[in-house]
Design a protein around this ligand. Structure first.
Ligand code: TYD
Ligand code: MG
Length: 453
């Protein structure tokens, strides 16, 4: 008897029985029964030739890998780890409507101009609609082949015949493989399609970029289901109300993860933002209590962002802790350290923390900037103008140095900052025009800058 199994459409975890909530990722109503592959005759091995091994040393002598191709959009090339690696499989995830199709159509045009034979397969729009979009983006003359198709076998046959060097599949959720019984978008279909495309990429030396919609409901499998199959996972993020979009590498077999590329959505498509710090700080007004600039590092690049905090007496018995753009458990930790090590209580106070501009920060080095924003809001004291802050806070209240001190300071100086506050153990680097002040622990920092603790 065939064994039934169930999987989660949000994270792809498999289970032997159904349940209302996924034990792996905690999402509700995302578990559904897998429709198995249709069973064919038992497969025979194709012989020892297919699975043969090769000496690692032989490989390097025999074939030097073909070089990467840069498309000329610096923000995209950097996130890819320095250009597109031949025969790689890339997943670009993001919310519907965030601009994935726009980004990839522009990338397709650039790569085609850079000399790669490029095919853009749309499962969502007709070729005429893709062409209309290309016209709007001023890309009508780009040598890109278009196809509107959802059947995986047809797509692979076309790719085999056309022999492109880059194929873009928009989106993986619309593709269906005919050897899988379930509907397009289900976990089994998405997995099967991604597996076939990835295998095809490796066998035929074609780079494949797949689009994956991040889905809120459990009906359609999200991109996390295929993250482990591909070489590179990029997420396209942004707030609807903001013009800028961030392309973030969360996994990259051929380059650094955590690298970001910043774009701005304009009437004529996505434009690259070469100096994101200037953009993130552009809306900053006069120095005000609760606002502190964090000198951060995203991947290999320094980025300055503004941390904003608001503290208000709470009308609730359980005060609110609301965070946008940062980790809420990290906020709880900072509040606890401030209370335990510096004697500054936040009980009975609502705490709101926001990373301005829709950025998401995951670096521990943001701790000190967050603590400074919280204290500044609580004491109603603004930090001196043009001061950037960074450093990690440990549970003991000590401040730990953050990597790349020099890059952070240089970026701050470049943007007109005249002072920086860093942990005591940081490397001493002198940057002209920038006054570096160090604190070795949180209590000392509080005493020096907020006259308390
Ligand atoms: P799209 O690339 O279709 O999103 P996705 O493929 O991620 O679902 O982008 C849709 C949004 O982008 C839409 O709200 C309109 C906006 N947009 C612009 O602002 N300028 C443009 O030049 C284009 C093509 C789209
Ligand atoms: Mg789209």
């Amino acid at each position: 008897m065939a064994k039934t199994s169930f999987s989660c459409s949000a994270c792809g975890a498999s289970f032997s029985k159904w349940s209302g909530r996924c034990e792996s990722c905690g999402e509700w109503n995302t578990i559904s029964e897998d429709q198995g592959l249709s069973s064919g005759p038992a497969k025979k091995s194709l012989g020892v030739k297919r699975g043969r091994t090769i000496q690692l040393t032989d490989l390097s002598a025999q074939e030097t890998p073909p070089p990467r191709t840069c498309c000329g959009v610096g923000e995209l090339d950097r996130v890819l780890g320095g250009g597109l690696v031949p025969a790689s499989a890339i997943l670009v995830g993001g919310d519907p409507g965030i601009g994935k199709s726009t980004l990839l159509l522009q990338a397709a045009a650039r790569f085609a101009h850079a000399g790669l034979k490029t095919v853009y397969v749309s499962g969502e729009e007709a070729s005429a609609q893709v062409r209309m979009r290309a016209q709007r983006l001023g890309l009508a003359d780009a040598p890109v082949q278009l196809a509107a198709e959802t059947n995986l076998r047809d797509i692979l046959t076309t790719l085999e015949a056309e022999k492109p060097q880059l194929a873009i599949i928009d989106s993986i959720q619309t593709m269906w493989a005919d050897h899988v019984d379930s509907a397009p978008g289900s976990v089994s279909q998405v997995r099967a399609a991604a597996h076939e495309l990835t295998t095809f990429a490796k066998r035929n030396g074609v780079s494949i970029i797949m689009v994956g919609h991040v889905t809120k409901e459990g009906q359609i499998a999200g991109p996390r289901v295929v993250e482990h199959m591909v070489d590179t996972v990029l997420y396209f993020e942004g707030e609807r109300g903001h013009q800028f979009r961030i392309l973030r590498a969360v996994k990259n077999r051929f380059g650094p993860a955590d690298e970001i590329g910043v774009f701005e959505m304009t009437g004529g498509g996505l434009a690259e933002v070469v100096n994101p710090s200037a953009l993130f700080l552009s809306e900053r007004g006069e120095p005000s209590p609760g606002s502190v600039v964090f000198a951060g590092i995203e991947g290999t690049r320094p980025v300055l962002v503004e941390m904003q905090a608001l503290i208000a007496p709470s009308p609730h018995s359980q005060p609110r802790r609301a965070v946008v753009g940062w980790d809420s458990s990290r906020l709880a930790m900072i509040l606890a350290v401030l209370e335990a090590r510096c004697g500054i209580p936040f009980a009975g106070l609502d705490v709101y923390l926001n990373v301005a501009g829709g950025m998401k920060i995951s670096e521990p080095a943001a701790d000190l900037a967050v603590a400074a924003a919280l204290l500044s809001a609580r004491e109603d004291v603004a930090l001196p103008a043009d001061t950037a802050v960074f450093g990690e806070i440990s549970l003991s209240g000590a401040l730990r140095p953050a990597p790349q001190t020099e890059n952070r300071l240089k970026e701050a100086q470049k943007l007109g900052f005249t002072a920086a506050i860093a942990p005591g153990g940081s490397k001493t680097v002198s940057v002209t025009g920038l006054n570096l002040r160090k604190s070795s622990d949180l209590a000392g920092f509080v005493g020096e800058f907020f006259g308390a603790g």
